[in-house]
Design a protein. Structure first.
Length: 348
């Protein structure tokens, strides 16, 4: 838990423990100031850049659990299989209220006019997602922190620009293939997540951070028989009335406290904006200065600088998850590249 109520899951955990007769062990996370040493330690375990700041509380929980246990269970896969993410609720809402192909085409055209950055970022993204739906690109568009347009800007004029375009084309085609192969948008989202974000983000994060503490984590939701059964269920049993994981909630209604059964999705997050603070932006600009002098830079440096400054300004004015995590991903890339690969000069 955290002192900040919006990030604190202890009240619900206490109710669950009381209902099931369990002993609850509580740990309070401290929102320590941003530290290069913490990031360097994480990079050592990941071996690559990453954007998921929940790696930090995952490491803390693993460290606490390891005091008592060597093997623990996790709920990984439950959101992907049973429609637990906010993206599933958005996909369901778009499918019901999207205005058909004509409305989607209008949204797609408008999304190219409305700027991706600034106060209208949320509007632009909603327009873009609805425009992507009839083309079968909704799963692809839901993934990642960068739009395809923003990503291509970072590689403009670089020797591997065409390879990046080919990769994005392949990813879009895979999204269309999944969308065409099923007649349930929620199932298409789940299959895409099981192929992309679950192995590349969630399971990687949990594996690296638990093994960093010599803890083994097993994920019973990913038992092949349970996963097969979950994927066979129609979307209306998973997302209904603006609530995800409906079938799980109903199955456990007589075993868990009502407040837990009815609770909205709560990501395992840090108070990131507080934790990073001004020191993070200073460290990022220091790494950017070193990258600007590096003749072996892999990215289009002016485009990268524009991206960082736009995100910094957006975070200064608004609380944007995507802008902050884009900046965090860029920072971990630059830091990993310099410290782990020995590329570029050290910042002053």
């Amino acid at each position: 838990g955290f002192a900040r109520a919006a990030h604190d899951e202890r009240p619900l955990a206490r109710q669950t423990a009381a209902r099931l007769g369990l002993t609850l062990h509580e740990e309070e996370g401290v929102s320590t100031p941003f530290s290069e040493a913490v990031i360097d330690d994480l990079l050592q375990h990941f071996g690559q850049p990453f954007h998921d700041t929940s790696a930090i509380p995952t490491r803390a929980v693993s460290r606490a659990a390891r005091r008592e246990f060597t093997v623990v269970l996790s709920g990984d896969g439950g959101d992907e299989l049973f429609g637990g993410y906010l993206s599933h609720l958005r996909a369901d809402r778009l499918q019901r209220l999207g205005g058909g192909r004509l409305g989607a085409a209008a949204c797609s055209a408008l999304s190219r006019i409305v700027p991706e950055h600034g106060p209208l970022e949320g509007v632009q993204r909603a327009l873009q997602l609805n425009g992507a739906r009839p083309q079968g690109l909704l799963p692809h568009s839901m993934e990642g922190l960068f739009s395809d347009r923003a990503l291509l800007e970072l590689f403009r004029g670089m020797p591997w620009e065409s390879a990046v375009r080919e990769q994005l084309d392949a990813m879009r085609e895979e999204s269309r293939r999944i969308w065409r192969s099923v007649n349930d948008p929620l199932l298409a989202m789940s299959v895409h997540e099981l192929q992309i974000s679950l192995p590349q983000d969630i399971l990687t994060k949990v594996d690296r951070m638990s093994m960093a503490e010599s803890l083994e984590i097993r994920a019973p939701f990913l038992d092949s028989r349970l996963a097969t059964y979950a994927l066979s269920l129609p979307g209306r049993l998973k997302v209904a009335g603006g609530v995800g994981k409906r079938v799980l909630r109903e199955a456990l209604a007589d075993r868990l406290p009502p407040a837990v059964v009815e609770a909205p999705k709560h990501g395992f997050t840090l108070p990131v904006s507080q934790w990073l603070g001004a020191r993070f932006w200073s460290a990022l600009r220091s790494e950017m200065a070193a990258y600007a002098r590096d003749p072996d830079a892999e990215l289009h440096r002016p485009a990268l600088a524009r991206q960082v400054e736009r995100d910094a300004e957006h975070c200064r004015r608004h609380d944007s998850y995507r802008a902050l995590h884009r900046a965090f991903l860029i920072y971990t890339f630059l830091r990993w590249r310099r410290c782990m690969l020995g590329r570029g000069e050290s910042p002053e």
